[in-house]
Design a protein around this ligand. Structure first.
Ligand code: PLP
Length: 413
C-alpha cells in the first residue's frame, strides 16, 4: 500500500528549481513554470491516488465502486435531454428517500452547509424570529447562519449529549408565536444524539411557524418521515448514510414552506442559493441558472438507486443493528457512550475513553497501522472522545469486527 502524498515522488519545489530545460524537467517529472514572482519551477506531480482507508469517522463514509464509476463514466451537458431526464429521476428518488410528495425537492450544488444556508436564507426575511435548538456544533451553525441572514435568533440550549425536549420547544413557541421557524438537528454529528421530531412537527403543523430540520447525518440511516411528521424544510448531505462523495445537499420544501418563500418581502440574500431561481432549472422551465456538478449528480443517482434497491426500512434496520452492536461491544473496552440512552444514533457513536488513554495517539495509530479513520471529539468532547461513523457502506458486521480487533490490538500494545 502506498501511503505517500502524491507529490513526494517527484521532489520538492526547491530541488526542482535547480532547473534544466522544460524538456529535461518534464522527462524527470518536473516542469519549469514562470510564476508571477518570476521564479523557477514546480513539480509535475504524479496522479493523486488516495491511500486505502476504511472511513469510519463522521464523514465521508465509504463509497461503493459503482457510485465512483458512475461519476467517471463521461461528461454530458446539463441541458442535454438525457441529463434532464436524470435530474427528474433524481428528484423522484429523493422524494422517496425523504418520504415526501413535496414538489420542491432537489439537490443543492454544494455540501451539507450549502443545504443549511439554502434552508435558512430562503425562509428568513431580516427581522424574522427563528428558534434554534443548540445541543452541539451544528445547531450552533444554524443559529449563526440565521443571524447572518438577519434573523433574531432565540436559542434553545441543552448540554451536549441530550436532545431538545418537546416541552422546551413548546415554551419557546408560546413565547414567540411570531417565529418564522423552529430549527432542529435530527442527527447531531458532534454528539451522536438523535433528535425526536414527530411531536414538534404535529405541534407546529397548524401554526404559521415552519419546522426546519438538518438531517445531514440522519437521511437513510435512521427513520425520517418528512410528510408524516410535518417537516417543512429538510436538508441533508451525500457523504454520510447515502455513501456518496461529498458535494451535494438534498433538500425538500413543503407546500407551507413554499408559501413562505412566495410571500417574502425582500430578495433572498444569496443569488446562488435562491430556490425560486434554481427551480427554473429543476422544474418544468429547464432554464440555465448555474452549471450544476454533473458528475456528482450522476454519482448521487447511482447512490440513491442503491439505497432504494436495498429498501429504506432495511437500511434503517441495518444501521440500527450494526451500530447497536458496536455500542454494546465498545463498552466492554471501558469506553463510555456520551449520548443519552434512548436517543443514541446507531450510525454515529460518540465515546469517551477512560482517563489515562491518549485518544489522539490511539486514533493516529488506528490510521497508521490499520488504515482506519475515526473522528476526534469536538467542543467539550475534544481531547477525550472519538466519533465513530458506521454509515452507509460502512455499516456492516465485518467492519465492526475489523474495528474492534484493531482497537483491541492497540489497547493491548
Ligand atoms: N450538519 C450536520 C449535522 C453535519 O454533520 C454536517 C457535516 O458534518 C453539516 C451540517 C455540514 O455539512 P458539510 O460538511 O457537508 O458542509
Amino acid at each position: 500500500m502506498d501511503t505517500h502524498p502524491p507529490a513526494a515522488a517527484s521532489g520538492t519545489v526547491a530541488q526542482n528549481a535547480a532547473s534544466g530545460t522544460v524538456a529535461q524537467n518534464a522527462a524527470r517529472g518536473t516542469v519549469a513554470q514562470t510564476t508571477a514572482t518570476g521564479d523557477t519551477s514546480v513539480p509535475l506531480t504524479s496522479p493523486a491516488e488516495p491511500p486505502e482507508r476504511l472511513l469510519l469517522g463522521p464523514g465521508p463514509s465509504p463509497v461503493h465502486p459503482d457510485v465512483l464509476a458512475a461519476q467517471a463514466r463521461g461528461m454530458i451537458g446539463h441541458l442535454d435531454p438525457w441529463f434532464l431526464e436524470v435530474t427528474d429521476q433524481l428528484a423522484a428518488m429523493l422524494r422517496q428517500v425523504f418520504r415526501t410528495q413535496n414538489r420542491l425537492t432537489y439537490a443543492v450544488s454544494g455540501t451539507g452547509s450549502a443545504g443549511m444556508e439554502t434552508a435558512v436564507v430562503n425562509i428568513v426575511d431580516p427581522g424574522d424570529t427563528m428558534i434554534v435548538g443548540v445541543n452541539g456544533v451544528f445547531g450552533g451553525r444554524i443559529a449563526d447562519t440565521a443571524r447572518r441572514a438577519g434573523a433574531e435568533v432565540v436559542t434553545l440550549e441543552q448540554p451536549w449529549g441530550r436532545a431538545i425536549p418537546t416541552d422546551q420547544v413548546a415554551e419557546a413557541v408560546a413565547a414567540h408565536p411570531e417565529a418564522r421557524a423552529v430549527a432542529l438537528v435530527h442527527a447531531e454529528t458532534s454528539t451522536g444524539v438523535r433528535q425526536p421530531l414527530e411531536e414538534v412537527g404535529v405541534m407546529l403543523a397548524d401554526s404559521p411557524t415552519l419546522l426546519l430540520v438538518d438531517t445531514v447525518t440522519g437521511l437513510a440511516g435512521v427513520p425520517l418521515e418528512v410528510d408524516a411528521w410535518h417537516l417543512d424544510v429538510v436538508y441533508s448531505g451525500t457523504q454520510k448514510c447515502l455513501s456518496v462523495p461529498p458535494g451535494l445537499a438534498p433538500i425538500t420544501f413543503s407546500a407551507k414552506a413554499e408559501e413562505v418563500v412566495a410571500q417574502r418581502t425582500t430578495p433572498v440574500r444569496s443569488w446562488y442559493l435562491d430556490v425560486t431561481a434554481i427551480q427554473r432549472y429543476w422544474g418544468a422551465e429547464r432554464a440555465y441558472h448555474h452549471t450544476p456538478p454533473i458528475s456528482s449528480l450522476l454519482g448521487l443517482h447511482e447512490g440513491l438507486r442503491r439505497v432504494l434497491a436495498e429498501g429504506l426500512e432495511t437500511r434503517w434496520a441495518r444501521h440500527a443493528e450494526v451500530g447497536g452492536l458496536f455500542q454494546e461491544h465498545i463498552q466492554d473496552r471501558d469506553a463510555t457512550l456520551l449520548a443519552e440512552p434512548g436517543n443514541r444514533l446507531p450510525q454515529l457513536t460518540t465515546l469517551a475513553w477512560p482517563d489515562g488513554v491518549d485518544e489522539a495517539a490511539l486514533r493516529r495509530r488506528l490510521l497508521e497501522e490499520h488504515h482506519i479513520e475515526v473522528g476526534g471529539g469536538l467542543g467539550p468532547f475534544a481531547g477525550r472522545a472519538w466519533r465513530v461513523g458506521l454509515m452507509g457502506e460502512g455499516a456492516s458486521h465485518a467492519i465492526v469486527d475489523r474495528l474492534l480487533d484493531a482497537v483491541d490490538g492497540l489497547l493491548e500494545g
